[in-house]
Design a protein around this ligand. Structure first.
Ligand code: NAD
Ligand code: MG
Length: 402
């Protein structure tokens, strides 16, 4: 194996798309020991994962689910200890035995355990982009203060990380892009399943259409976010914090093939792109082994089979959520926390077939425009803004958007 030394890993959200891919990479390489796995309600998959990886702890959402898992584990004589609830997530993520935490819970629920790991100076592999969108400044300050290491799993951010000068990152970026000779970060996105669909039919988009991404297989929430391009908006905000840059430094470019995962343009005109087949095991393996390289199980890119490589600018009439996020990024932390919370509620309502696809934007924009609050300085203030935005989005949905 190319791993420098044995690493003990905690996977937050092990039953999700990123979690499953992470365990696949772990199983292909020696040198990683699984200390803890966490999931919400999928105790059956968690049971299989416990049998395969023998973690010391497994954390589930609540007591009934924990009991169901415990019963299954007992029949297999598996010694994994089962815990439950939000505090247990923080406990396993910050345990002294843990070296590396894969933060792959979806949404705001992932923030507290990820911050708990940061506060113990862990190596954080960050998939949970919502954490940085909600708490960017606070999060990065804590990374520096506790000497944690922040490595990006989001494929775009992982690509940018690979294309930036290596020595600039300890424990996260403190130099500006200009100081690194960079002129622009080129954040690429496929445009999702509705890149060419007639605009006047977007209101009729079904859940099934929205979650079938052309290039990536992902969890439901991020799949809808990709269809609205809110995902690129959240990534825009994520990039600002992760790479210590300004909104003006980042440009979104549509690249429907998803082979280039993002690029860095330097002052001398050089552009460095990271490429590969769209498979999250590449960024996961990169971050797990960093600064070494290991096998990810990903098929090599065959350029002779690539029919075309194309690019265009995003159309904000098609993707109004992207514009909303870019504007919120310029506005500040209260705005990005609000937008993230509103979007979690509106996407859940769309997935539950309570609202139309285009209502996601209507709700997000309405909640954001009603925002009146000062910039949050603490986690408590951030959570209060998150709570208020959720309530306001839920009220709009309950009232039927009129
Ligand atoms: P997913 O829905 O497939 O999995 C989410 C995981 O989190 C599951 O294990 C689930 O049990 C757990 N979970 C959900 N709600 C929870 C809660 N309230 N408390 C505790 N655990 C909870 O999602 P995913 O696609 O794996 O995405 C995970 C994160 O990674 C998201 O933030 C997403 O934006 C990011 N991400 C995903 C991809 C991808 O390809 N899937 C790519 C880039 C970034
Ligand atoms: Mg991404």
């Amino acid at each position: 194996s190319n791993m420098t030394s044995m690493q003990r890993l905690c996977v937050l959200g092990s039953t999700g798309s990123i979690g499953v891919n992470t365990l696949d990479v772990v199983s292909r390489n020696s040198g990683i020991e699984v200390f803890a796995l966490t999931a919400h309600y999928n105790y059956q998959l968690m049971c299989q994962q416990c049998l395969a990886f023998k973690p010391k702890y497994a954390v589930m959402a609540d007591e009934p689910t924990a009991k169901l898992l415990q019963e299954q584990l007992n029949t297999h004589d598996c010694k994994t200890q089962v815990l439950f609830g939000p505090q247990a997530l923080c406990d396993v993520a910050s345990a002294s035995e843990v070296d590396v935490v894969m933060a792959a819970i979806v949404g705001a629920a992932g923030l507290a355990p990820t911050l708990a790991a940061v506060e113990q100076g862990k190596k954080i592999l960050l998939a949970n982009k919502e954490a940085l969108v909600m708490s960017g400044r606070l999060f990065i300050e804590k990374v520096k203060q506790h000497n944690a290491i922040l490595l990006p799993i989001d494929s775009e951010h992982n690509a940018i990380f690979q294309a930036l000068p290596l020595d600039a990152h300890t424990p996260c970026y403190t130099k500006t892009l200009t100081e690194q000779g960079v002129s622009k970060i080129l954040l690429t996105g496929s445009g999702g399943p509705f890149l060419t669909r007639a605009l006047d039919t977007l209101a009729d988009v079904t859940v099934e259409e929205a979650v079938s991404h052309p290039n990536w297989s992902m969890g439901q929430k991020i799949s809808v976010d990709s269809a609205t391009m809110m995902n690129k908006g959240l990534e825009f905000i994520e990039a600002k914090w992760m790479f210590n840059c300004q909104a003006d430094d980042i440009e979104v470019i549509i690249h429907p093939q998803s082979i280039i995962h993002s690029m860095v343009q330097y002052q001398d005109g050089s552009v460095i792109a990271q490429m590969g087949n769209p498979d999250m095991r590449t960024p996961i393996a990169h971050a797990l082994a960093f600064p070494n390289r290991i096998d990810a199980g990903v098929a090599p890119l065959d350029f002779s089979k690539l029919a075309q490589f194309s690019f265009c600018k995003p159309d904000f009439a098609r993707y109004p959520n992207l514009k909303l996020a870019i504007d919120a990024c310029a506005d500040g932390q209260a705005a990005t926390t609000t937008l993230n919370a509103a979007n979690e509620v509106s996407v859940a309502a769309f997935l539950a077939k309570k609202i139309r696809f285009t209502d996601i934007y209507t709700i997000n924009a309405a909640v954001l425009s009603a925002l009146v609050c000062t910039e949050p300085n603490t986690l408590e203030e951030i959570m209060a803004i998150d709570f208020a935005a959720r309530q306001s989005a839920e009220q709009l949905i309950a009232r039927g958007l009129n």
